[in-house]
Design a protein around this ligand. Structure first.
Ligand code: PLP
Length: 464
């Protein structure tokens, strides 16, 4: 292989060849040269270490291989890495796929704010500087019954801000049954440590009593914190202290009662028979001084962390330096404002998250049957069934809830089903599916009718 080293074409020659093509000419010259240099170095090293696996044996061959590889690199460097996908998994708040999809109203509002200058920090009535805090505060207050509210980057940021601003160098009492980790990257105990607040654990994993909290409070205590068990359930021999009791203990001892609600539903999913998620409204009504919750979980909005509660506490949070560090941008505020509007002034079902979680199994079954019919009409390659199954809420929310659904289950004839899964996943508009018992499952709960057509045509194109 060593004598092939002499056949590697010189850099300038490769560059000249690439400059003859439009893509090569448009590409920044320095960057192009760098790509060629890297490619040549890699090739030289592969030849020296006898690791070269290409077919070229002469200068011409190497030149074509290098050029082909550089063209691929130029294309991928310029391609987007955040790509829209079709979520056919039935997991509504799929964290890996970006959690909540936004409503049309939110999209429109984001777009108009992105195109123009806006009143982000401008008071139109008086022609003076305004505050971005006021943009959604009233809407959150109306939706939750809180005195005051603010928004930060996400709920983890909200927890961090609250602990830093209100409990630094003080103690925060938390039940051992609520020291949760969410999604592998959010741990209550770690956030607490970072914030400078001191964790005071009480009770046991399965049982915590009012007296545990009462006895834990002393001069060093800043707050009682309740953490919603978003992503797991403790069953069996359990007891926890309810909100009303915690509120009354906190009041008597003159400490803050803060609840990290995690999901934070404004829409009452229980009326559709789904889960036991308390609404933000009722948590505040039960006496919490402060609550925090995510914007892109059950609320169905953009990534954000909402804090709602007593005005005196919210004012302290707004004044804290971290509020500036954790502040949200205008797109988030635009999307949030429109989403809150859908909650407040309509029934919320224009919000994709709410629409998809509350979609009835029977509706989905009808769509699945039509899909099966259409697919069978267009190609006879697959074996297609409609099967009863379950969808999940996702996002670490309502883990115990199984939403009844019907899936389109597709079997391939003579090639492995994971090949079809990969084909769909790597198609121009990627389609994410599940495999179970050698079948591809497509759950239309999380698929729009437009996307259905894309899946159909991709399946038709993929038959062997
Ligand atoms: C999801 C969750 C968080 C983190 O919220 P993000 O908006 O993802 O930062 C914090 N606490 C609880 C209880 C949660 O469920």
């Amino acid at each position: 292989m060593l004598k092939l080293l002499r056949e590697i074409p010189p850099i300038h020659q490769i560059q000249e060849a690439l400059l003859k093509e439009e893509r090569g000419r448009e590409f920044p010259h320095d960057l192009l040269k760098q790509l060629i240099q890297e490619e040549v170095n890699d090739l030289r090293e592969a030849l020296i270490k006898e690791r070269y696996t290409g077919k070229a044996r002469d200068r011409h061959g190497f030149q074509s291989e290098i050029i082909a590889s550089i063209k691929e690199k130029m294309a991928s460097l310029n391609a987007n890495h955040l790509i829209p996908v079709i979520n056919a998994t039935g997991v509504v708040l799929h964290t890996n796929l970006g959690r909540a999809r936004l409503s049309d109203a939110a999209l429109d509002h984001m777009m108009e704010v992105a195109k123009s200058y806006s009143t982000l920090e401008y008071n139109l009535a008086e022609g003076i500087r305004g505050s971005r805090h006021t943009i959604v505060e009233e809407a959150i207050c109306k939706a939750t019954g809180a005195e005051a509210a603010m928004v930060v980057n996400n709920n983890a940021a909200a927890v961090f801000l609250i602990l830093s601003a209100l409990a630094k160098e003080k103690e925060v009492v938390v039940s051992r049954g609520e020291l949760v980790e969410i999604g592998g990257s959010f741990r209550v105990s770690s956030i607490m440590e970072e914030s400078g607040a001191r964790l005071k654990e009480v009770g046991t994993t399965n049982k915590t009593h009012p007296a545990d909290y009462e006895q834990a409070v002393n001069d060093e205590t800043a707050m009682l914190m309740k953490v919603h068990r978003s992503n797991f359930a403790i069953v069996g021999f359990t007891s926890e202290v309810d909100r009303e009791q915690l509120a009354s203990i906190a009041k008597k001892q003159q400490v803050i009662f803060y609840e990290d609600l995690g999901s934070g539903a404004l829409y009452d999913y229980r009326k559709d028979g789904i889960g036991e998620e308390p609404t933000v409204q009722e948590t505040l009504a039960a006496g919490a001084d402060l609550v925090s919750f995510s914007g892109d979980k059950l609320l169905g909005g953009p990534q954000a962390g909402m804090v709602a509660g007593k005005k005196e506490l919210i004012d302290r949070l707004k004044r804290h330096q971290l509020a500036r560090v954790l502040r949200v941008d205008k797109f988030t505020l635009a999307a949030l404002e429109a989403t809150l509007g859908e909650h407040l002034y309509k029934d919320g079902t224009n919000i994709p998250t709410i629409r998809d979680i509350t979609a009835k199994a029977e509706e989905i079954r009808k769509r699945a049957s039509q899909f099966k019919e259409q697919l069978e009409k267009k190609c006879s390659y697959y074996k297609v069934e409609v099967e009863a199954s379950v969808s999940q809420v996702g996002g670490g929310t309502m883990p115990a809830v199984e939403l009844p659904t019907y899936v389109v289950a597709i079997r391939t004839n003579d090639y492995p089903v994971n090949e079809l899964e990969e084909k769909l996943r790597r198609s121009e508009q990627p389609i994410i599916t599940r495999i179970k018992d050698d079948k591809i499952l497509i759950d239309l709960r999380t698929v729009t009718t437009d996307e259905e057509a894309v899946i159909l045509s991709e399946l038709v194109n993929s038959d062997h």
